[in-house]
Design a protein around this ligand. Sequence first.
Ligand code: HEC
Ligand code: HEC
Length: 247
Amino acid sequence: MKKILFAILLTAIMAPLAHAQNPFAEPKNLKVLPETIKGYQLRQIMRRFSFALGERCTYCHDRVEDENGARMVWDTDNNDNKRVTREMIKLVGHVRQVTANLYPDNPDHKPTAFVCTSCHRGQANPFLIEEIMNNEIAEGGTTAAKNKYLELKEEYYGSHTYDFTGFTLAEYANRLVNEGKNDNAVEMAKFGTEQFPNEAYAHTILGNAHMNNGNTADAIKAYEASLAINPDQNGVISALEAAKKAM
Ligand code: HEC
Ligand code: HEC
């Protein structure tokens, strides 16, 4: 009897407290998430949004400051990121629906988990490192791109946000070669060999970039450096022979 009374008392005391302190208990403005969602689930989803984007609650929610002091307001719709997020929730729901029904003849198919992080990887705008370098080159040339790369590597290396492998850097330079942006290609390919001296592919791409730029002597050196790391590359052997013929 005593126990029950205590429990009732405790609930009576805790309820208003919980109401005031827990913004998840009674959401007032859910337009996409189900209204029946439990407080702890909503809390978990909001935390995941924050981690997926590498941002705080204020990225989507309003912080107001008035005579009552500073506080968060959760149910307002003033923030464009909140509006965009509603579209993103629908997008994720759509993809999940598609992947769940990919194999109608296989009822055992378990769809791969698909979440905000599948794209965002800890950043608000899910840039790939290649796009960032393109933007940097457009604004400040290859020097800006290299500096940005090193800056991001310092901050994000080891996380899933950007791909800092030697292959991807060399492949980026290869893209510039293919687009005929010869000077930028040489600069970025050189950077690739500096960052990854043991990556044969980086030297190969530098060779291709030099060839495209009419610099046969340096192309030969680069192909030789690639073959010194890995002699078993028929394509590079042919490229080296062609370069020597062109000398
Ligand atoms: C990337 C954007 C984003 C981030 C970051 C985010 N939220 Fe939200 N939040 C939303 C959206 C969108 C809704 C509304 C969902 C809907 O309409 O179904 C929402 C709804 C809520 C609600 C319900 C408000 C109501 O009364 O309707 C609460 C509470 C909340 N968020 C708390 C938080 C907290 C706490 C954090 C930080 C841990 C956070 N949110 C981080 C986008 C975000
Ligand atoms: C299929 C990939 C993908 C998924 C999954 C995804 N997003 Fe996005 N999101 C994007 C892309 C791409 C952009 C950039 C849109 C643009 O071009 O402005 C973006 C932009 C955003 C923005 C605007 C950021 C800004 O600063 O401009 C927010 C906020 C956001 N997403 C939240 C989310 C949340 C929360 C989830 C999970 C519910 C999510 N996204 C899932 C691809 C995705």
